[in-house]
Design a protein around this ligand. Sequence first.
Ligand code: UD1
Ligand code: CA
Length: 457
Amino acid sequence: MENISIILSAGIGKRMHSSLPKVMHPICGRPMVQYVIDAAKDVTDKVIVVISNKIDKSIFKDVTIAYQDVPLGTGDATKSALNAIKDASDDARILILTGDNPLIKSSDLKSFLSYCNEKDSDAALLTAVAENPEGFGRIVRNKEEFVRIVEEKDAAEEEKKIKEINTGIYVFKKKYLSYSLQKITPNNAQKEYYLTDALSILKDAGIKINVKRLERSLPVYGVNNRKELSLATKIIQQEILDRLMLKGVTILNPETVSIDYNVVIGNDTVILPNVLIEGETKIGNGCTIGPNTRITDALIGNGTDVQFSVIIQSEIGENCTIGPFSYIRPGNRMSKNVKIGTFVEVKKSHFGEDTKVPHLSYIGDATIGKNVNIGAGTITCNYSGLEGKKKNPTFIEDNVFIGSNNTLVAPVKIKKGAYTAAGSVITEDVPESALAIGRARQVNKENWVKRRKKDNG
Ligand code: UD1
Ligand code: CA
């Protein structure tokens, strides 16, 4: 039978106190709704996501988008998806989920759907027993039989004690969904159209409601506030770390490590404490990352060590060493065996094989060849401050030796094998194999101190 899912994701999420729509809040580098979409894609032929116009639909792949113009409640949101299922058969199974339930797995949905198949359900509800049911719709039963769902805000004191809650996951045959949605009214404390009322409406019309319990318990069945966001994040983070560890990554102190969902890490790489690896980062085999390091959207080659450093949108080659205390800003590319050392900031620069910038330097908009040594305290002066935001380039060719405390005033080119003297301000191109000295000659004034002391009595 045709299975279609609808994921309700157009609510504001008032309890988040955020300008970002709730389902867009990231968990391990992706919007929380993406986890629900993944689970739904696994078990249904078509996934419809109902969003508000505050959400950029381009982030969603291979789903059908429906818009809810005004967030008038979950019932109204579901109605907004009806147009997208109009071609489905009357008996098509419509699985409804909420976009704020990132811990739900396709295995949970699979067993719910096979239960619905077995029962040939016209309408079915997935419930759970929650230690703390506060905030959820409660399942009111008469003996065993389902009566209705009552929302926290509409519940009487006695009803609030019920621990069986609505997970927000339902299956309806299409014809019964369309029928009941037409009949929902906003007669409740929140003046909203509740999807939960669809079940009572069908029950009153003589349709049987099947109720199934979720087979495992979750720490959160819906993320409504930032506390629940952190609970969900903790679970998903642990799943990511477990997956990496089981594939051959050593993580020394997992409680202190955060790694995003899409990050790829090779075998025998060791992640030391206090490490954050984000976005689309890919790390090779046999690397040592950390302690105290943040890597965002970067590529790190095999055998590279990074410690106490920040790396953003850069490509680091094999067997490089970064840090301690390096700041690798966007746009850098490094070949193998490059060393970027202590208190070094680099930006939009290329570094050839075996090149080293070991200490206290700023290198920006530079193209540096192979086997170059940059002395401690070297600055590329790439910014004139007069030409808007324009940055001038520095070219340093193979086998160059830049002395300590050099100021390279760009645009400037230092050609193959040249040396620059310590303390130089380099304003002109340096020819191949030359020594450039760009500083005042030292003058020693004999006995100057003695004379001075005598004059001052
Ligand atoms: C809802 C259920 C509650 C259940 C809980 C499970 C209703 C009336 N209540 O409550 O019984 O226990 O989920 O998590 O359905 N949304 C829209 N448009 C709207 C309103 C909401 O798309 O106008 C979306 C939200 O983005 C969210 C989902 O629907 O992803 C659920 O909305 P939310 O406000 O979180 O519902 P709850 O109060 O948690
Ligand atoms: Ca919710």
